[in-house]
Design a protein around this ligand. Structure first.
Ligand SMILES: C[S@@+](CC[C@H](N)C(=O)[O-])C[C@H]1O[C@@H](n2cnc3c(N)ncnc32)[C@H](O)[C@@H]1O
Length: 254
């Protein structure tokens, strides 16, 4: 992709190259507090969303009891750890652009004695260092809105998946601006989360970026269209928490 292409980075429009560096700095700054902040900001809800995602992962695996899963933007490793605890026969490759985030995942995998089932790599989702048609499932959880080249990442997901296997993405979704839920969400997101970010992670801007990046991410229908544009078929989505979080699933049919 042309690194000069303009993309949303939070509420600002910047070059893809600039977004990559801003996002990388944000995660380098918050990596040590990332898990704690996730628990506080979501009031523990992210564990429930991830459990739902893992249930769907099991249903999307067409090669039962073995196979290799690619978890992109794996961050501190929650998806791999939660999945492998319940499904120890699989292998998971964790891939993230930020070496500090993935080094926390690496340590957690050692502590949980899950390391032998995993492989950690540092690289950009839009340029994966893997051969075509090798993974049984591709997952990305709360990562894709941070990518500087979302279309490129979707094309790479399609390329590395085996035929008939599934792409799964869990992401926040912009809330439609009406009703009590959207008012409560807007108050919490705009007034409370940046304050928690300031107090706990000493980084108000990083958590303001988090909220802005949700508001500027494509809505569910437009994101479904982007997944279809990358070649996936049977694309569906499931909403959690009144649409605040959305899981998109697509199948590689060739
Ligand atoms: C909000 S965290 C999500 C971590 C984890 N998947 C979870 O659900 O808790 C987003 C992650 O995306 C990673 N990321 C951002 N841009 C990326 C890119 N272009 N390629 C791969 N990973 C990227 C960040 O480094 C960060 O670890």
């Amino acid at each position: 992709m042309n690194e000069e292409k303009k993309v949303f980075c939070g509420s600002e429009i910047v070059s893809a190259q600039e977004k990559k560096s801003v996002v990388n700095n944000i995660f380098s700054n918050v990596h040590e507090k990332y898990d704690l902040m996730n628990n506080l900001m979501s009031l523990g809800m992210h564990h429930i969303w991830k459990r739902k995602f893992i249930d769907l992962m099991r249903r999307c695996l067409i090669y039962k009891n073995d196979g290799m899963i690619l978890d992109v933007a794996s961050g501190t490793g929650d998806i791999a750890i939660k999945f492998l605890k319940q499904n120890p026969n699989y292998k998971v490759v964790l891939s993230d652009i930020n070496s500090q985030m993935i080094s926390i995942a690496h340590q957690k995998l050692i502590d949980e004695n899950l390391f032998k089932n995993t492989f950690c790599v540092v690289n950009d989702s839009a340029k994966l260092p893997f051969a075509n048609d090798i993974f049984s499932l591709y997952t990305v959880s709360f990562g894709i809105r941070n990518f500087s080249n979302i279309e490129g990442a979707l094309q790479e997901a399609f390329r590395v998946l085996k035929p008939y296997c599934y792409f799964m993405c869990m992401e926040f979704s912009p809330i439609e601006k009406n009703g009590l839920f959207s008012s409560a969400y807007n108050f919490y997101a705009n007034k409370i989360i940046p304050k928690i970010g300031e107090k706990i992670a000493n980084n108000k801007d990083a958590y303001q970026y988090l909220i802005d990046s949700i508001n500027t991410f494509p809505n569910k229908k437009n994101f479904k269209q982007m997944i279809e544009n990358a070649g996936f078929k049977n694309v569906q989505y499931f909403e959690l928490n009144l649409g605040l979080v959305c899981i998109h699933i697509g199948q590689k049919i060739v």
